[in-house]
Design a protein around this ligand. Structure first.
Ligand code: NAD
Length: 353
């Protein structure tokens, strides 16, 4: 189990340090985990002049999985576009061909008050959004801004091949099989031919997964249903652009960005795992960051890349235990709970583990 760890910038090193302690505990319990660290983002720019050094790419390519903290910060915002920390992220996703983005939105009952929705609507929420990550209008050609008939126009191309749709559908059906076996595919087939093909191919792929109940929903309705009755969903699958928007909407249902992990997988289940939040420069270096999203990313890694379901559940149960014991970092603190820092939450997770 070779894991390339990329702490990155801001709170990245603090939160990955806690995840590394969890990995070390699992190693001492017998899992053959090896970790190696490398630079990415602003810290790589400072040390080597580029956000994604070749040595980092090589290490990530040789590993079975990558664990990333976060990249970016105001001190690098003025750099030319190709030297920006975020470029490191895009570069690694592209080079590892990570086409399937998994974004769970889970709201632990203990944190129901963190949501802006009524607790009865969101408490116990557990959705997995599967977003296609390497195609769609974000990458389609032709694209540009040009002069046409004396007027400036901007244009992009929404495009998906059957093979691209089929492989993301397969990932989503596979995940649904490991959960409640319900999959909702989101498209805009009433207006966009590209997504008519999407619906046809997903429907066809369903034949290989007779135990999964497949439904379809138009994206505008899906956006409404996510705030009206989010618990109706188990797994959702959609294209790059719709998934970008819906996964952010779904994560905000939980109200606690410091709790949400994510995964991006390739065709062989090799993956990059990272918290859904950024580098939080406002609290970096203060020992205040919530490391639970990163620790839960380790649980996703154990489940999806290494097939270690039992270990994944152990890590998730440890996080739940810490919450039910009433420990909270500042971002999820409320009256009646105990406010602690990054390392103390890590200590508590290790003790629960
Ligand atoms: P952010 O997610 O870093 O922070 C938003 C707010 O949430 C801040 O108040 C922050 O303190 C808080 N927060 C985030 N994670 C937290 C945690 N684990 N514990 C406690 N509080 C937490 O988003 P932003 O402020 O828009 O971006 C900051 C930097 O991060 C920017 O440079 C941006 O480009 C970068 N960024 C990186 C990634 C990534 O690495 N994947 C994603 C988003 C943003």
């Amino acid at each position: 189990m070779k894991i390339c760890v990329l702490p990155g910038d801001g709170i990245g090193p603090e939160i990955t340090a806690e995840a590394l302690r969890v990995l070390a505990a699992l190693r001492s319990d017998g899992l053959p985990i090896e970790t190696e660290q490398a630079l990415i983002g602003g810290s790589a720019v400072d040390a080597e002049g580029v956000p994604l050094p070749q040595s980092t790419l090589r290490l990530a390519g040789e590993a079975d999985a990558v664990l990333l903290g976060a990249v970016g910060g105001p001190q690098w915002d003025g750099l030319p576009r190709d030297q920006r920390p975020e470029r490191g992220l895009l570069g690694i996703r592209k080079s590892l061909e990570l086409f399937a983005n998994l974004r769970p939105a889970i709201l632990y009952p203990e944190l129901a008050n963190a949501s802006t929705l009524k607790p009865e609507v969101v408490a116990g929420l557990d959705i997995m959004i599967v977003r296609e990550l390497t195609g769609d209008i974000y990458f389609g050609q032709p694209r540009g801004i040009e002069q046409r008939d004396g007027e400036t126009v901007g244009f992009n191309t929404m495009i998906y091949s059957e093979a691209e749709i089929r492989r993301i559908a397969r990932v989503a059906f596979g995940i649904a099989m490991k959960r409640d076996r319900r999959l909702c595919s989101v498209d805009k087939m009433n207006v966009l031919e590209c997504t008519q093909l999407w619906r046809d191919v997903v429907t066809d792929e369903a034949k290989a997964f007779p135990e999964v109940r497949l439904t379809h929903m138009l994206v505008d309705n899906a956006a409404m249903q996510l705030v009206r009755n989010p618990k109706q969903f188990d797994v959702m699958v959609t294209g790059n652009m719709f998934g970008d928007i819906l996964s952010d909407e779904a994560s905000m249902l939980t109200g606690s960005i410091g709790m949400l992990p994510s995964a991006s997988l390739d065709a062989s289940n090799k993956g990059m795992y990272e918290p859904s939040h950024g580098s939080a420069p406002d609290i970096a270096g203060k020992g205040l960051a919530n490391p639970l999203a990163t620790i839960l990313s380790v649980a996703m890694m154990l489940r999806y890349t290494f097939g270690q379901e039992e270990a994944a559940q152990r890590v998730e149960a440890a996080v739940k235990r810490v919450l039910s014991d009433g420990l909270r970092t500042a971002d999820i603190f409320e009256e009646g709970t105990r406010k602690v820092g990054t390392t103390q939450i890590g200590d508590a997770v290790l003790a629960a583990l």
